[in-house]
Write a protein that binds this ligand. Structure first.
Ligand SMILES: Nc1ncnc2c1ncn2[C@@H]1O[C@H](COP(=O)(O)OP(=O)(O)O)[C@@H](O)[C@H]1O
Ligand SMILES: [Mg+2]
Length: 283
């Protein structure tokens, strides 16, 4: 049936939610800010467009995103409020985070003051710790998927390519090793299509943290596709090339997060976060 309906600004969905503003556009639909009509609360709505609902992979991924988000209850992850169907889309209604993406903040302000980078990184690690403890791998940690709210509070969003760590739970539509994430933030094992685990997400935090501190990407290696990826023959550029005010201990922490071999990285979020906390005491 053509043309397919699309979610429109100003539209009222299921008599309950009004679409107010587009926040982002992905492969499978868009994300909007909306209003819950009964109480005027702001909500976020992630849509699977009607034309994709017959795409088995897109549809199963969307369902898994909802299933995963429902199991996460942490202030650093948006809560699921509702799931609704309309002519135009299937919609995940979630808590709206009043803020804007870390990517935008970095484009404006990076390199960040050390205390700000630490404040953001430790909160991100707290949220990711809760994700991992729930048995979930995010697999696409990057500045676009981090929303920074009032007082630099941090919420990790976009579980669109997240998976259960226990591969048997993943239906086999998207086994743990088939999603590449975003090359600039992806660990070598993820780019290489090998098995990923919590340490893979921690590598992505390492790239993001390095970028907050320097304003530059850690690995200058460029592929034929023009993307920077981690390359075992080229270590990250030392902080001293960009700024002089960072403690050596911080550089050791970031290099450990960015180790090519997973066994040389922090083994879990808590270990990484505790090192940063120790540093925050000194600064
Ligand atoms: N709950 C939310 N509250 C506020 N903004 C959000 C929320 N969820 C997503 N966003 C914003 O919308 C953008 C797109 O959402 P995301 O889930 O990343 O979808 P995509 O699959 O299109 O990348 C995000 O980069 C973020 O800026
Ligand atoms: Mg995203």
């Amino acid at each position: 049936m053509f043309p397919y309906a699309h979610v429109q600004l100003g539209q009222v969905i299921a008599s309950r939610y009004r679409v107010e503003e587009k926040l982002g556009e992905g492969g499978f639909g868009s994300v909007f800010r909306g209003t819950r009509l009964n109480d005027g609360a702001a909500i976020a709505m992630k849509c699977l467009d009607s034309e994709l609902q017959r795409n088995a992979v897109a549809s199963a991924r969307f369902d898994r995103e909802i299933e995963i988000l429902r199991e996460l209850t942490h202030p650093g992850v948006p809560r699921v409020l509702d799931v609704v169907e309309s002519d135009a889309a299937r919609l995940l209604i979630m808590e709206y985070v009043n803020g804007s993406s870390l990517a935008g903040h970095m484009a404006r302000d990076a390199p960040f003051a050390l205390h700000r980078a630490l404040h953001i990184a430790t909160q991100l690690l707290d949220a990711l710790d809760a994700v991992h403890l729930a048995g979930v791998l995010h697999r696409d940690v990057k500045p676009d998927n981090v929303v920074v709210g009032p007082n630099d509070s941090v919420v990790l969003v976009d579980f669109g390519v997240a998976a259960w760590r226990d591969a048997a739970r993943n239906a086999d539509l998207t086994p743990a090793h088939t999603v590449m994430g975003t090359p600039r933030y992806a660990a070598p094992e993820q780019v290489g299509g090998d098995a990923v685990d919590a340490r893979t997400d921690l590598f992505s935090v390492g790239v993001l943290f390095y970028e907050m501190l320097t304003g530059e990407r850690p690995f200058p290696a460029v592929t034929a596709q023009g993307t920077a990826i981690a390359d075992s023959t080229m270590p990250p550029t030392p902080f001293a090339a960009y700024r002089q005010d960072l403690p050596d201990a911080l550089e050791r922490i970031v290099l450990r997060a960015l180790a090519i071999k997973p066994e040389e990285r922090f083994q879990n979020c808590a270990a990484f976060r505790n090192e940063l906390r120790g540093l925050a005491v000194l600064t």
